[in-house]
Design a protein. Structure first.
Length: 233
């Protein structure tokens, strides 16, 4: 059973917000972003973020991605998708339901992979537990061999979770003119700085932003659609 604290946490920092759960008669305090502890408890992530806090991002963003791919004249069932910050597989499950040809997850904590295998077995063709900012040549090569033409990351940017360098490393694994889908709160204080730092971290200096599906503050807007082609010079 989840309980939110009686004291007002609206002024608490992102890493300070917490909730409590009752287990075997004892109350345990867990931070909202202590994903390792959350994933160890079957169903807790869904109960907290989706049942209680009413997050709908996995469904909305995966639906948007399928929609704009179709509107472009492409077939979403041909997509080879990299799910960045894949967690326990909620986004992967949505994309597989939309018919994605290949679904590969990546997360930095082993508890995420464990939860995905436990809760949604068979969703991913492969699931990598790795730090995208510290890939060795063999890991880069193995990921590149999937020939990704789409990337999705949901509810994992802007709050100290996935850093700019990791996002950029994943972005650079996507084929030119591939699809990039993510959400981030436009009212997040770090958005302007985060966006600015990310520009220019593509595979070459000639790369530029293009191709963002962007959800913010409860509203959804689609800006542009595809990853820009990069000059290889």
């Amino acid at each position: 059973m989840i309980r939110f604290p009686s004291d007002n946490l609206t002024t608490a920092g992102q890493n300070g917000a917490y909730f409590t759960v009752m287990e075997e008669g004892s109350e345990h305090r867990i931070r909202f972003h202590d994903y390792a502890s959350i994933y160890k408890r079957p169903g807790l992530y869904e109960q907290l973020f989706y049942d209680r806090l009413k997050c709908t991002s996995p469904g909305k963003l995966s639906d948007l991605l399928r929609q704009v791919v179709r509107e472009s004249g492409s077939d979403p069932t041909h997509m080879r998708v990299l799910d960045v910050g894949a967690g326990n597989g909620m986004v992967g499950e949505q994309m597989v339901g939309h018919g994605a040809a290949r679904m590969v997850g990546v997360d930095i904590i082993p508890e995420a992979a464990m939860a995905a295998d436990r809760d949604r077995p068979g969703t991913y063709d492969a699931y990598y537990v790795t730090d995208l900012t510290a890939l060795d040549p063999a890991q880069k090569s193995e990921l590149a061999d999937w020939n990704f033409d789409a990337m999705i990351t949901v509810a994992a940017l802007g709050f100290g979770d996935i850093p700019v360098q990791a996002f950029s490393a994943a972005y650079n694994l996507i084929a030119d003119s591939g699809w990039i889908a993510f959400n981030i709160s436009a009212c997040c204080a770090c958005w302007s700085a985060w966006n600015g730092r990310t520009r220019g971290r593509c595979a070459s200096k000639a790369c530029r932003w293009n191709g963002i599906i962007f959800c913010s503050c409860g509203s959804v807007s689609v800006t542009s659609f595809r990853r820009a082609a990069c000059s290889r010079t």
